[in-house]
Write a protein that binds this ligand. Structure first.
Ligand SMILES: NC(=O)c1ccc[n+]([C@@H]2O[C@H](COP(=O)([O-])OP(=O)(O)OC[C@H]3O[C@@H](n4cnc5c(N)ncnc54)[C@H](OP(=O)(O)O)[C@@H]3O)[C@@H](O)[C@H]2O)c1
Length: 211
């Protein structure tokens, strides 16, 4: 499958690595595609870089991995028509970096996931991978077994696709319902981030335990 990633940061590159590892072809979009030369060079033939619009048009599956402050602008450059009918993984967290640690810019009665779904009503947005630091997104490999990745979205077919990717990356995947579940997953990311700042470690993830 061809995947287009809107976002050239650590998350975009890490998920690009993971998707290529699963046998997919990946284009990452950026305002400055030249800065992805090293990432493209690491993946013989399966990786490419282009504009946000190039990547959005290229992918049958899309990922949004942009800074919250740049997300509206990046989606505008990518072009809403390029998202229509596609499964779109939303990894964003709506972080306000005017303080340290950062705080959520939106929450409780709305979320980034819902905001993006409203921006792209024709797309099938699935929130995933936002509750962990990027080094652990692909093959996290904890001694205690598979950690849990919670996902949510309004389209069951899209969630089935994302569930397959999450599982192949080494997570237990749990579907918590519609895209409004982002109101829970984005604060859960804040819990991950708070622990990161308190301990200066990024080697943690969540797991749902049952008896
Ligand atoms: N870092 C993590 O471990 C982690 C974990 C979970 C979730 N997240 C979330 O995932 C998202 C991506 O995080 P990241 O750390 O990989 O990268 P980031 O630095 O938050 O975002 C980089 C991307 O945002 C784009 N961008 C920034 N300002 C823009 C603007 N004004 N207009 C258009 N595009 C703009 C950049 O475009 P250019 O390519 O043109 O520079 C780049 O593609 C964020 O929402 C973050 O909260 C991050």
């Amino acid at each position: 499958m061809k995947a287009g990633i809107i976002g050239s940061g650590e998350v975009g590159q890490r998920l690009g690595d993971g998707l290529i590892g699963l046998g997919h072809e990946v284009m990452i979009g950026s305002r400055d595609p030249a800065k992805l030369a090293a990432w493209v060079g690491r993946h013989s033939g399966a990786a490419s870089a282009g504009s946000f619009s190039d990547a959005a048009a290229y992918g049958e599956l899309l990922v949004i991995a942009t800074s919250w402050a740049g997300t509206t602008s990046a989606i505008g450059m990518a072009g809403a028509k390029n998202f229509a009918g596609k499964t779109v993984i939303d990894v964003t967290n709506p972080l306000d970096f005017t303080s340290t640690p950062p705080k959520l810019a939106v929450g409780c009665t709305d979320s980034a996931g819902e905001t993006i779904q409203r921006m792209l009503p024709g797309a099938k947005i699935v929130k995933a991978f936002n509750i962990v630091g990027n080094p652990l997104m692909v093959h996290p490999e904890f001694p205690g077994g598979r950690p849990t990745m919670f996902i949510c979205g309004n389209d069951d077919g899209a969630k089935k696709t994302v569930n397959g990717i999450v599982t192949a990356f080494g997570w237990e995947s749990i579907d918590i319902g519609g895209i409004e579940g982002s109101r829970l997953l984005e604060p859960l990311a804040m819990l991950w981030i708070t622990y990161y700042f308190r301990t200066n470690t990024g080697n943690h993830a969540f797991k749902l335990l049952r008896k």
